[in-house]
Design a binder for this molecule. Structure first.
Ligand code: UDP
Ligand code: MG
Length: 326
């Protein structure tokens, strides 16, 4: 079967309120496209009617394919699965809640045709997000970029187009804790941005509460940097130096000044400070060790419960002609 030119990958987690409008917008978009295309929905263990709705809209529409997980595995894993199954010469990952407007995809395709391998959507404005999310996202990406040795674009999410050779390179990265936007930077190739205004979510609530955001941020840092571990070393050196100073001071105070005070306050402050620092550093070690543990188990990243209009995982063969922009 010939490869479609374009695959859209959409992760779906409890999106029953969005699917009818998403369907309308996708149909409109696909009719405008002049190239063969497919839409790969990844149902990430939704507990609402999302799966039935996806099944319904895929009935008379062979371009719609659904991969349904056996449970919820998280957004980053859902994207990964979509990338594993997408057959297009270019693959676009986008949110299902219409925060990533299908129309921007046309601009991405144009850039791809110019010869870029990755075209990411860079947010110019973001509507409908809390100030807390805007503030933390802004700072997280700046700190993250400063910490890691590879170049990552600022103010971008997972909305991006990838050429088939990027997709194939990405499929080889089977890490358990996934920060897909960083992994796309890591594989390299020619990358560029298109600017867009990100509207608010069409309906429903964000599926990224604070708890998940925090985990996502820590996954991002730990999978691209060992700087937090090195921080423990540096802090250890600094405190060692300071303790030499304190020891000298204690000896001088005892023998020369004969001023040996009870020293209760200093003891309490130093003990609790050191205990806190040590626990923090053990915590950082634990973050890495826990991730090593989960990685060495070597489990598959997801389990598939059901499929609609979808065959086996795509193969990684790069056909010269098909891998190139058409
Ligand atoms: N999503 C998912 N699994 C999850 C959480 C989210 O597949 O565990 C999907 C969700 O349906 C949406 C996309 O990932 O299509 C991004 O989630 P959301 O829009 O809630 O995040 P936000 O835009 O608020 O950061
Ligand atoms: Mg969203």
């Amino acid at each position: 079967m010939a490869r479609p030119t374009l695959s859209l990958v959409l992760p779906i987690y409890n999106e029953e309120e969005v699917i009818p409008e998403l369907h309308v917008r996708l149909q409109e978009f696909l009719s405008k496209l002049e190239v063969p295309s497919e839409v790969v929905f990844v149902n990430d263990g939704s507990k609402d009617r999302s799966m039935e709705m996806l099944r319904d809209i895929s009935k008379g529409e062979p371009r719609y394919r659904v991969l349904s997980f056996a449970r919820n595995f998280g957004h980053q894993t859902a994207i990964t699965a979509g990338i594993d199954y997408a057959r297009g010469a270019a693959v676009v990952v986008m949110d299902a809640d219409l925060q990533d407007p299908p129309e921007v995809v046309l601009e991405m395709v144009a850039k791809w045709r110019e010869g870029f391998d990755v075209v990411y959507g860079k947010r110019r404005k973001r509507e409908g997000e809390t100030w807390f999310k805007l503030f933390t996202a802004r700072w997280f990406y700046r700190v993250f970029a400063a910490m890691i040795p590879i170049e990552v674009p600022l103010d971008t999410g997972d909305f991006r187009l990838m050429s088939r050779r990027v997709v194939i390179a990405l499929r080889a990265l089977r890490e358990t804790h996934r920060f897909v936007r960083g992994m796309v930077s890591w594989v390299g190739f020619k990358q560029t941005a298109v600017l867009y205004d990100r509207p608010g979510r069409f309906a429903g609530e964000t599926k990224y509460p604070l708890r998940k955001m925090l985990k996502f941020a820590i996954d991002g840092i730990t999978s691209f940097s060992v700087l937090p571990l090195r921080f423990a070393t540096y802090l250890g050196m600094l405190i060692s130096l300071m303790s030499v100073g304190v020891a000298v001071w204690a000896v001088v105070a005892h023998f020369a000044l004969k001023a040996t005070v009870p020293g209760w306050t200093a003891s309490v402050v130093l003990t609790s400070l050191l205990a806190a620092v040590q626990l923090l550093m053990i915590g950082i070690l634990g973050e890495y060790i826990g991730r090593i543990y989960e990685q060495v188990k070597g489990r598959p990243l997801y389990t598939v419960g059901d499929k609609v209009n979808l065959g086996k995982r795509d193969t990684d063969e790069l056909d010269e002609e098909e891998g190139e922009p058409q």
